[in-house]
Design a protein around this ligand. Sequence first.
Ligand code: SR1
Ligand code: MG
Length: 407
Amino acid sequence: MGRYRALTEAEAVEYVRKIPGLFTEGARLVSKEIGDGNLNLVFRIQEEGPSGKSVIIKQALPYARVVGESWPLTLDRARIESEAIRLEDQLCPGSVPKIYHYDQDLALTVMEDLSSYQVLRKGLIERRRYPHFARHIGRFLARTLFLTSDLALDPQEKKRRVAKFINPELCKITEDLVFTDPYYDAPTNSFNPLLRETIQAIWQNDALKLEVAKLKEKFLTQAQALIHGDLHTGSIMVTEEDTRVIDAEFAFYGPMGFDVGAVIANLLLNYAAQEVRIEDAGERERIQQYLLDTIEELWHVFAQEFKALWEKEGKEHFAAVPGYVDDYLLRVLQDAAGFAGCKMIRRVIGLAPVADLETIEDDFQRARAERLALAIGQALILERTRVQEISDLISRVLSAKAQELVK
Ligand code: SR1
Ligand code: MG
């Protein structure tokens, strides 16, 4: 591992001091490790005094933090993350934190501090609304996915990028935690004991497992575009005006629908949680409607931008063939529905839960919300090929909800 060592808070300060142009000589710097994610160390370094200038150091550990040293993990994910963020910034300027410095040996990236932003998951739990989020994320998805695909790149260059972003260890986490483990009694699964019967029915549902197998196969084999690979609402920072995508360490060449589906899934996980979080029926209806409207809008923006790019930047020989762009987008939509379903189910059954559901204190209330998430997830997986438009996906959500709530 060469010069690699995990930094302490004090070493993090000394490290940033030596990076030219960041802080003035002799600046009084305070360092705090603030990482609360599953994998890495995150230091916030701030200058004391009026400037208040601050940066973030994100350092990969040689193992998964959430489990410990018994789960070794490649440090190369820091390279993948810094290269993916730089590329995303070129393709969709201002959509990611600025990167100031990358150190391969220490597997760390020094980047813009977004502490004035809020993690979207947290904001949604607090019932906040973000008027520009759907437009920003729809555009981010269209630009990063279209412009890294064979639709926009010379096929030889695209294959070089597939090689550059090969990410087998992080993909294996997704293959296991999203597609495999939730569908059997895996030792790493953890779930609300009140759900045991519902979950056992999932483990015995061969029709569902067949569809999950097809989606997993797509994730394993379809090098369609450079995807973020972990685009849940904890990987998005927001203000009322701005949206930034962080945490690109899972990036690799995979199916476009996986990223679109990740955003949809996490909005729907919040939707399911709000079913029991909000007592007042009117307020609950308004917040849940806002989440569904956000999904519709982000898809419309995505499809519109994607079509505009197809017109302006498309390099594919068959791009002008009537019907091709609509057929392509329909396949992305159906994939997104299926992947969204898988991503909802994994957050209820698997190793890494989400705060939207996990922080509902009452076990019975939490189980109600979790059952709703499982019902929506299953409907999206099983009925994805019947989705022709985004409104069909929303209809599936509403009918799964109606069926679940009368049980
Ligand atoms: C062991 S890592 C667990 C999860 O955290 C990341 O954010 C990914 O979602 C991963 O599946
Ligand atoms: Mg992450």
